[in-house]
Design a protein around this ligand. Structure first.
Ligand code: ATP
Length: 271
């Protein structure tokens, strides 16, 4: 599908830049800050909006889109910022951030304050699905963001978000199912789930939860002309999840090379 060519290339370039930062002479750098339930991700682009560096850390500072550990969030963003500044040999001044669709002004204030307290000048604050679609570039489709706590569904018509929904089913439920099936403590189940080596074995165990998510997607998109779906969010890293969703929805389903990086890159592009 041509639509996703830009996304796939950008994510690939970003993955390389995370491993090997590109030290250059850009006159300006743009940073996307993505505060998630499970991960905080920083993506840095140069003056031509090419990825040059990135860093991420497992964090427990945000729950269901709300900052629950304010100081912890500031510290992580500040540390990741410093780490990237050392690698790039430059100060990172400008950042954009995103909030889950439907988040009210009070919560967006918390995200804004975290980014500013970490030492950035905040140049933009947008909703996550608009950010993701800056990379996906879908005209008439749905961004399905399967995170830790929730699944967000955003429908795009002529490239604009026209409908958003958030359902409390996400990666945490996958881990709970694994914990029950394998009699593992939750933390061990979570770790086991994230190892790609275990995905083939886990897919049949997790299929009912993926089917539940598919029926949630179907319920939300039924009144819209959705021609394609793109999956983002950490839970979509599970190998084979896209095939179950495509089968159950009957709609072409794209999965980026690394679904965790789409939103942070989109945030950085909006900077
Ligand atoms: P939310 O959208 O609910 O606020 P978030 O933005 O932090 O959460 P993500 O970082 O997109 O969510 O995704 C976190 C989830 O992705 C966690 O449940 C985590 O276990 C899962 N996850 C991360 N990597 C993998 C992987 N390789 N395989 C399977 N699941 C993964």
């Amino acid at each position: 599908k041509l639509t996703f060519e830009y996304c796939d290339q950008l994510v690939k370039d970003f993955e390389k830049a995370v491993e090997h930062p590109i030290v250059g002479k850009s006159s300006v750098y743009y940073t996307g800050v993505d505060l998630g339930t499970a991960f905080v991700v920083l993506a840095v682009l140069d003056e031509n909006y090419k990825p040059v560096a990135g860093a991420y850390r497992y964090a427990d500072v945000v729950r269901d889109g709300m900052v629950v550990d304010y100081i912890g969030a500031i510290n992580i963003v500040r540390e990741l910022k410093q780490e990237l500044e050392e690698k790039l040999g430059t100060e990172l001044l400008y950042a954009a951030a995103a909030i889950p669709p439907g988040t009210d002004a009070l919560d967006s204030g918390a995200v804004k304050n975290v980014v500013q307290a970490a030492g950035f000048e905040l140049t933009n604050l947008l909703d996550e699905s608009t950010a993701a679609n800056g990379v996906l570039k879908m005209e008439n489709g749905a961004v399905v963001d399967i995170g830790g706590g929730t699944t967000g569904i955003s429908i795009l018509k002529d490239g604009k978000v026209v409908y958003v929904a958030d359902d409390p089913t996400g990666g945490t439920h996958f881990s709970l199912v694994i914990s029950g099936a394998y009699k593992l403590p939750f933390a061990d189940a979570e770790k086991y789930k994230r190892d790609p080596m275990n995905h083939k074995e886990l897919l049949p165990v997790l299929k009912p939860v993926v089917e539940k998510i598919s029926s949630i997607i179907n319920r939300h998109i039924k009144d819209y002309d959705v021609k394609e779906i793109s999956l983002v969010g950490g839970t979509c890293c599970l190998s084979g999840i896209e095939e179950i969703i495509e089968k159950k929805t009957g709609i072409y389903t794209h999965k980026p090379q690394n679904p965790m990086f789409v939103t942070p890159l989109g945030i950085a592009l909006s900077c």
